[in-house]
Design a protein around this ligand. Sequence first.
Ligand code: NAD
Length: 464
Amino acid sequence: MSTTLFMESITNHLEKLRRHFDSGITLAYRFRKEQLNKLKQSILNHEQDLYDALYADLKKSPEETWVTETGMVLAELNAAIKHLHRWMEPEQIATNLLNLPSGSRLMKEPLGVVLIIAPWNYPFQLLINPLIGAIAAGNCVALKPSEFASATDAVMKTIIEDVFQKEYILYVQGDGASVIPAMMNNFRFDHVFYTGSTAVGKIIYKMAAEKLVPVTLELGGKSPCIVESDADINVAARRIAMTKFNNAGQMCVAPDYILVHESKKDAFITKMKDTLRQFFGDKPEDSYNYGKIINERQFDRITNYLSQGTIAYGGRTDKQKLFIEPTLLTNVPEGSSVMKDEIFGPVLPIAGFTTSDEAKAIINKNPNPLAFYVFTASKKKEKEWLETVPFGGGCVNNASWHLTNHHLPFGGRGFSGIGNYHGKYSFETFSHKKAIMKTPTWFDPNIKYPPLKGKLKLFKWVIR
Ligand code: NAD
């Protein structure tokens, strides 16, 4: 299709979303609940297709797919179906003395037509989880998946188009750099929810600003992991290895680098090596538990990091299989790109520290990480780390699992993002809270009205 034809066709589709939203059909509780149930059924109908697709795109096992993609989405769906009625109810709010006997409340109304843009690393979860919040909140939605996880993209298209009409949920495929500007420049969305790199996040933010469209930005960054002198090294090594090398390190909240107290450094590295061997064997390329890199571009980018330090473990690669071995790097110079860029792959730099100030100086070179982890047995150290490092969300004696608890909001701050979602927070992200005051007519004292002269003392008493 020529660019002009594509633009005409996409704009027509987006205008249909607008008309559908304006018809008011998405407002009712029953409608929203029915759509959430339809989505759930469609996902269950295609469960095996999703396992096959995620294996083809990223070599994820069905077990890994359940924990990080389908199971997580279904849990989010079940929570939304269960709590939707309560979420939709207006919230009763206190009224101040000045306005008594008025009553105050917050109504939750849908934003309208929203755009959801997703990356390729958890291609299913990162597209469908925000969709659940958008449907629950009563919006019409345009979905833009990543073009790089093509097998999962094809299954998701079927899941959506099997149960939803295009004027309600529109599934748009294609190259983000051309498709997304075509949509955002020719149509005014009521909200854009974007997950992906910080670089593209800036492009989205600028396009949205042109039309004053509010955004949620779920970005990346370098998430530090501290291992203190009093940490349980056995537990730390297992939990860090598990999340850092899940999906071959292509995880936004993976520990990007480790800062371990000098007194525990050697012991920790030895434990990490043992753990990696236990988890993935001597040939991780053949391991059921180990994934692959998404494409050659990412493979080339990540393999560049391998020469930037001493390889303490791993380091083998196979471009044909898009395989990079789980790798531990030591003696990494501070100014090297592996300590500047988000690694987003199975390479883990490990550096020692002696004082917390020294460690914080390294962290502050990449401020506002999406996540932060600290392993320590001391409540005092835990408090100090959590209170002095600004970050999106994180864990104590764990890594990455905070994002699987849908009762917690998930999102970054500053360079790692704007806004949050999951569970009730997704519903709120895709709703406008309308503030309402209702005043009875039976009480209308003259004191509020002119003449005002002489009422200052009374006003000072009431308004304070
Ligand atoms: P990306 O920024 O390349 O792509 C994300 C989306 O943006 C895709 O749908 C793509 O089609 C679109 N896109 C790409 N170029 C565009 C352009 N020029 N204009 C408009 N749209 C464009 O990101 P990615 O490589 O798919 O994902 C990796 C990044 O995402 C990492 O930085 C990672 O940390 C981040 N991430 C963040 C989270 C989170 O929840 N915060 C989750 C996963 C990934």
